[in-house]
Design a protein around this ligand. Structure first.
Ligand SMILES: Nc1nc2c(ncn2[C@@H]2O[C@H](COP(=O)(O)OP(=O)(O)OP(=O)(O)O)[C@@H](O)[C@H]2O)c(=O)[nH]1
Length: 248
């Protein structure tokens, strides 16, 4: 994989954004293999990575947005789905979180069932209900109308989203979704809701724009040029380049 930290190239210089942007930390969680890395890559860099490896700990990617004339920045934390690659870091993931993306694979019911554990992890880490939550069914390009038995229905997903106050999307990190017809000729035809990855970015950005207490570019948690962990209270990211550390 390329560098963990990727900026959307079309959205202006990073330095000018750092001086003016409100920055929001968005946690991306879900079982291993559901496509968190591909999705965050697509959200931030705009393309689907040809090859990925299991995330170890966390990878960071950023996406700058202009929402109704205000520049904001989403800092996506692509966390490891495998327990063995995340256990010592979980508390860092949840510190100062502004939004959570729960990801599952629409062709893998086990990953949908696994969401219960992810919701529980949020609860254990004191994530309040005021934190916006988004439920994302990924890999919609692999949906097969003739194999509904081994896929997660949208109805099921919507029920879960409703129960947990989440905004639901179904998408594909790989291909732009096409309208998908469920049902044979002559039967009632239901259109799957399928969203472009870009719609998700906009929804998250628009929701967070209303957030009252964002971290700013100058706060210790986001004043960095690289990424590693810091045990300092209130600091989510830290490394030898971090100016907060230099001053401490
Ligand atoms: N067809 C299809 N494949 C996808 C999609 N998203 C991801 N994949 C594939 O799914 C596999 C796993 O993707 P990752 O993004 O590495 O999964 P992950 O959730 O980050 O996995 P961990 O890092 O182990 O937690 C890869 O082979 C991807 O190419 C998608 O939307 N459509």
């Amino acid at each position: 994989m390329e560098s963990s930290l990727e900026f959307s190239s079309s959205l202006g210089s990073v330095s000018s954004l750092l001086s003016r942007c409100r920055t929001f930390k968005v946690l991306v969680i879900g079982d291993s293999g559901v496509g968190k890395t591909c999705l965050t890559h697509r959200l931030c860099a705009g393309d689907f990575p040809r090859r990925t490896e299991a995330t170890i700990g966390v990878d960071f990617r950023e996406r700058a947005l202009d929402i109704d004339g205000e520049k904001i920045k989403l800092q996506l934390w692509d966390t490891a789905g495998q327990e063995r690659f995340r256990k010592s870091m979980v508390q860092h993931y949840y510190r100062n979180v502004h939004a959570v993306l729960f990801v599952y694979d629409v062709t893998c019911p086990a990953s949908f069932n696994g969401l219960t554990a992810w919701v529980e992890e949020c609860r254990q880490n004191s994530l309040g209900h005021e934190i916006p939550r988004f439920l994302i069914g990924n890999k919609s390009d692999l949906r097969d109308a003739s194999r509904t038995d081994c896929q997660v229905s949208q109805e099921l997903a919507m029920n879960l989203a409703k129960a947990h106050g989440m905004v639901f999307f179904e998408t594909s990190a790989k291909n732009s979704p096409k309208k998908h017809i469920n049902g044979r000729r002559g039967e009632r035809e239901d259109l799957f809701q399928q969203s472009k990855v870009e719609d998700i970015v906009t929804a998250v950005g628009t929701t967070l724009k209303r957030h009252k207490t964002p971290l700013t570019a100058y706060s210790p948690a986001y004043n960095y040029k690289g990424a590693c962990f810091c045990v300092r209270e209130g600091c989510a990211l830290h490394n030898e380049h971090c100016t907060a550390r230099e001053g401490s």
